[in-house]
Design a binder for this molecule. Structure first.
Ligand code: ZN
Ligand code: ZN
Length: 244
């Protein structure tokens, strides 16, 4: 991340015990980054309450909670792989705007895979929180989550999808920790978040498989049908080429 300075002092906050990392980090964008994380938690909490009210108003919708949750988590895994593929493949670290903020962290991660294990909670998650605001804000403003029925289920999808996107960097960090906390190991063993062994495949050069980093459930399917290879060829056909 640009304009950032760090030292090896650990803060030891509860949140950093939970997700790992915690190295002290300073950035001139710190206030904006903290604001994005705070907005994420405020909106998800408020939408969560409204969704519970909406489900209470239409008990039949409860039957759809598990399928909607599964769909949202799979969608988050797909988006984690899709964005990862784009950031690894296109533009460069010096591309204006996108380069320092989006491309550089992914490229740095291939050079120094353990950097993610040192990041504090804000640094590791602010970009994901910022991205989810594009879904959370309009949904919160335009959809009456407490109204029941389809509106509640749609809000539930956006809510759980956003939480899945937040989990992306956390699960990815756990996959690189030598000694992740017990709850992370339990989730990895259950296959709910991506394991160290499964994610290690992406770190083998040329880094062109296993892009999904939340649960990693979609990696066998996407790699099996060579989804990203075909996508790269399709984009090349319209003039969008690797590294440009
Ligand atoms: Zn990568
Ligand atoms: Zn990694």
């Amino acid at each position: 991340m640009t304009s950032a300075a760090r030292d090896s002092t650990k803060r030891g906050l509860v949140v950093e015990w939970f997700v790992g990392g915690g190295e002290v980090y300073r950035s001139k964008f710190r206030a904006f980054e903290v604001g994005c994380v705070a907005a994420f938690f405020y909106l998800t909490l408020e939408m969560g309450v409204e969704v519970v009210v909406g489900l209470g108003a239409t008990p039949r919708a409860l039957w759809y909670v598990a399928p909607v949750g599964l769909l949202a988590y799979v969608a988050a895994d797909f988006v984690s792989g899709f964005v990862h593929f784009l950031a690894d493949t296109y533009c460069t670290e010096t591309t204006p705007l996108l380069g320092p903020k989006l491309i550089a962290p992914f490229r740095e991660h291939h050079r120094d895979p353990l950097a993610i294990t040192r990041h504090d909670f804000i640094e590791a998650n602010c970009d994901n929180c910022f991205t989810t605001l594009f879904a959370l804000v309009p949904t919160h403003l335009l959809v009456h989550a407490a109204g029941g029925g389809a509106a509640t289920l749609f809000s539930l999808f956006v809510l759980l999808f956003s939480i899945g996107i937040l989990l992306t960097s956390i699960a990815h960090g756990w996959a690189h920790q030598d000694d992740p906390p017990w709850h992370a190991r339990a989730l990895q063993r259950a296959g709910i978040v991506i394991s160290r062994a499964r994610h290690a495949r992406h770190h083998e050069p040329p880094h062109t498989s296993d892009y999904c980093i939340t649960s990693g459930w979609l990696n066998p399917l996407l790699d099996g049908v060579r989804f990203f290879h075909h996508l790269e060829r399709a984009l090349a056909a319209i003039g969008i080429r690797r590294g440009s």
